[in-house]
Design a protein. Structure first.
Length: 450
């Protein structure tokens, strides 16, 4: 749907809403007319028609109001001087939305509710990516958690929270390196869990597709970091690009799959290829693409020349905005950082919130209980499923992520954006120095609107 079609639909809906409101007001004001309508031969049909119209308008009003807000957000704004009326309106609307999100965050901090659980089933991987946040490799760690230990914990979580209320995201390493993965997931699905996974896609074949089908896998995110030469250089696996293309073709025939998402880590090496990747994915029939920047964690800190600077980030954001306006594919930035008023809610459909320890938890490959697999600072580990009850840990620990949130300092608290940012993400906080390793305000500077 293009911009003109959206404007037309919004206008038509507003006209419909005005007509219905006018009709309702007339009936309420005119008692005589009201009496005739409600006692006449067509009383039943009239009441049903009015109820249907009200229900229809109520049911889609949120959708069209959202379209109207999107039109406001995506129109041109004078961010540098903020003088245009529509720019001021955007700032007001975004602040209102972000205030609501901040209030929601405050509530969740006081009433945490586990809804997303990451299962890092292994740190083994058949790639050695330049940016890997977990620094994964080929060797089997001696302390890798067993299937029975995971099953026991999943049963405990189901008994306390209800499996249907917690979505499992299987990650690694490369999860498909684990031979008993589908035995674990068959057990989880039997309890009632829904699940998805992140993968580099290289091991997906017809046999794996059938195992996905048998375990009712619902979502998958596959990594693609450039065209053939760039991707294989970045992932350090010759031949991996063609394997991923084949995997995508196979997955398009998987009936259980509700979401097939491609994830691209934008960096200095592939930034110029984003348009070509976009066209490639369109040709492949992909409708979900997440474009995210490299974060300064894990192996990325050891590889110079891949982190995006201000110019690179602005180019990435503007690319995402352009493709979201086109509407041919759902293109989103990831949820990792607070971007300021200019880029919030326009590079993705929601505002920033770090759910670590609030609604997101994880079990790492050695059994450690933490928040998300990218938060690998050992002092933040809250327990281990080999020695602790996961439920007890979730209910009674995680203070550093809740009331005593440690991603803050004096500078952060003085910042105008602190209410929305709270020191940004836990996975990019420098716990030794007490500063964020990645602050979009510091990087974007005048591009960062408060």
């Amino acid at each position: 749907m293009n911009e003109e079609e959206i404007k037309h639909d919004i206008k038509e809906f507003n006209n419909l809403r005005e007509q219905l409101n006018s009709l309702t007001e007339e009936i309420e004001k005119d008692g005589k007319s009201d009496q005739q309508l409600l006692t006449g031969e067509n009383r039943k049909e009239f009441v049903e028609a009015l109820e249907t119209a009200n229900s229809f308008v109520s049911g889609i009003s949120g959708y069209f109001d959202g379209l109207a807000k999107s039109q406001l957000y995506y129109s041109d704004h004078d961010w540098e001087h903020r003088r245009k009326k529509d720019t001021q309106a955007v700032i007001r609307e975004k602040k209102k939305d972000l205030d609501d999100l901040a209030d929601q965050n405050e509530y969740l901090i006081k009433h945490p509710r586990l809804s997303n659980l990451f299962l890092e089933v292994t740190l083994r991987c058949n790639a050695k990516c330049e940016h890997c946040g977990s620094s994964c490799g080929y060797d089997i760690p001696k302390d890798e958690i067993t299937a029975e230990e995971l099953k026991k914990t999943l049963l405990e979580i189901h008994n306390y929270y209800g499996a249907q209320n917690v979505f499992l995201t299987v990650t690694g390493g490369e999860p498909l390196m684990r031979k008993d993965l589908f035995d674990i997931m068959k057990y989880a699905v039997g309890l009632g869990f829904h699940w998805g996974m992140t993968t580099n896609g290289m091991l997906i074949d017809e046999e794996i597709i059938e195992k996905y089908r048998e375990t009712n896998m619902e979502s998958i995110s596959i990594s693609l970091d450039g065209l053939k030469e760039t991707h294989e250089s970045f992932r350090r696996v010759p031949g991996s690009f063609d394997k991923i293309m084949h995997a995508i073709d196979l997955l398009k025939g998987l009936e259980t799959l509700r979401s097939l998402q491609i994830t691209t880590v934008a960096n200095q090496k592939n930034l110029g290829e984003l348009e070509d990747i976009y066209q490639l994915l369109l040709d492949k029939g992909i409708r979900e693409w997440r474009v995210m920047c490299v974060d300064p964690i894990g192996r990325a800190c050891l590889n110079d020349g891949i982190l995006l600077d201000k110019k690179g980030l602005v180019k990435m954001f503007n690319f995402i905005i352009e493709k979201r306006k086109e509407g041919r594919m759902v293109v989103d930035n990831d949820c990792s950082h607070y971007l300021g008023l200019k880029y919030e809610q326009i590079t993705r459909p929601h505002g920033f919130i770090c759910g670590a320890g609030i609604f997101i938890g994880s079990i790492l490959s050695n059994g450690d209980i933490c928040v998300c697999p990218n938060v690998r600072y050992k002092e933040l580990v809250q327990g281990n499923i080999r020695t602790d009850s996961f439920v007890d840990v979730w209910e009674n620990r995680f203070e550093k992520f809740r009331k005593k949130r440690i991603t803050t300092n004096a500078k952060c608290k003085k910042c105008k954006s602190y209410k929305y940012c709270r020191g940004d993400s836990f996975h990019t906080w420098n716990y030794e120095d007490g500063v964020p390793n990645m602050c979009m305000k510091d990087i974007l500077q005048e591009e960062f609107v408060e």
